[in-house]
Write a protein that binds this ligand. Structure first.
Ligand code: PHE
Length: 382
């Protein structure tokens, strides 16, 4: 009798810990995103759209008969804080999967911890190629920067009316994202016969770019590529125009924030272009529904970050459904098999390196600084 009693206690302890890790009543998911700090605009957009997607799924009964329990933490736009939060999600909250971080350098710091602990981590938005190279538990919902840099170099060559012969690059040397895009743009631009006449850089937190811009101006480039986030890109655009540089200024997805307009000024956004993941004015029904619901809930139009955050939730939900259980390894395997998933930012199929193969859009601005859709660029066929 005593033995039986001990056995029952032991079994319930074991069961209890399994329940703790895999969550019998809820499916615990952590979201690590910058709600404050230099790229807060990015993180807030992701946060809003992720919450919206989770609520949608939960209001339809959740997944596998369980509700999703979302735990959100602010990494303050910092790499080290991102790593700490991922550790907390795994050890304390015992989540089954992690969404985020948002910018590549944050994800590069945090993802190794998820990989070591074998917890699937899905960054909605981190485009640097190194992110998914960290290991087989690391995924993303966006295309990668090899493609994004190439798209903009090709657009520079063929999309601006007059074919340029030279370009200058101004990048952030403390950002993996910026370093990567500068490299991929340069490779494709020179491959197409263009010449890079100036390569200047700055550090995170810099606000005065006049020294670099003056040097660049002296080399008379036909276009300027600025692969940085809105906080610096906005200032760079403004300062370049103040120096009388009216050449096209091109950038990557990092331009996508309402703050770009505030920092640069609408008149300075004339002749600026950037590559990205989604256009909110698209007539695709799925996009329209998403935009309408987002407006209803938050009174704002979702940006690219929001669209990718929303898609990341549905990508994970699809994997959990196919996994048939809220188990970290089963979710990882199901995520890796993601195929033909029709989402807001396009149709997602993951390649063998856990990167989606997707199209990019190119955006410019109207006289009020509102985004205008230019074109869509499809990925090269393999
Ligand atoms: N791609 C950026 C990065 O990896 C993040 C980002 C995504 C910014 C989408 C804007 C829009 O750091």
């Amino acid at each position: 009798m005593k033995r039986l009693f001990a056995l029952v206690i032991m079994l319930s302890l074991i069961l209890g810990s399994i329940v703790q890790v895999y969550g019998a009543e809820t499916i615990k998911i952590g979201l690590v995103t910058p709600l404050t700090g230099s790229v807060a605009s990015f993180g807030q957009s992701v946060d809003k759209a992720v919450r919206m997607a989770v609520d949608e799924i939960n209001s339809k009964g959740g997944l596998l008969g369980m509700k999703i329990e979302l735990i959100v933490e602010d990494n303050q736009s910092k790499a080290e804080e991102s790593a700490n939060i991922v550790r907390k999600f795994i050890e304390q909250d015992k989540v089954v999967a992690i969404l985020g971080p948002v910018i590549s350098s944050n994800t590069l710091a945090a993802a190794p911890i998820a990989q070591q602990s074998k917890v699937p981590l899905l960054s909605p938005t981190s485009t640097n190629p190194k992110v998914t190279q960290i290991g087989d538990y690391i995924f993303r919902a966006c295309f990668i920067d090899d493609f994004q840099g190439m798209v903009m170099a090709r657009f520079a060559m063929t999309g601006l009316g007059k074919r340029p012969s030279s370009a200058a690059i101004l990048f952030e040397k403390t950002s993996d994202y910026s370093i990567g895009l500068a490299k991929y743009f340069k490779e494709e631009f020179t491959r197409l016969g263009g010449k890079i006449v100036a390569e200047e850089s700055f550090s995170s937190g810099d606000q005065d770019f006049s020294a670099q811009l003056t040097k660049i101006k002296g080399r008379k480039p036909d276009v300027l590529y600025v692969p940085s986030y809105y906080d610096t890109a906005g200032l760079i655009i403004k300062q370049a125009r103040e120096l009388g540089m009216n050449i096209p200024i091109l950038g990557g997805d990092g331009f996508d924030s309402p703050q770009l307009l505030e920092l640069a000024g609408k008149e300075n956004l004339k002749n600026c272009y950037f590559s990205g993941h989604f256009f909110s004015g698209s007539s695709v029904p799925q996009v329209k529904t998403f935009v309408t619901n987002h407006k209803k809930r938050y009174n704002t139009v979702p940006d690219m970050l929001g669209a990718l955050g929303y898609d990341a939730v549905y990508m994970l939900a699809d994997a959990i459904k196919r996994a048939g259980k809220a188990d970290r390894d089963a979710i990882r395997n199901a995520l890796a098999a993601t195929k033909n998933l029709k989402l807001v930012t396009g149709i997602i199929s993951l390649d063998e390196n856990r990167n989606p193969i997707k199209s990019a859009v190119i955006i410019s601005f109207d006289a009020n600084g509102n985004q205008v859709y230019k074109t869509t660029v499809n990925p090269p066929k393999k």
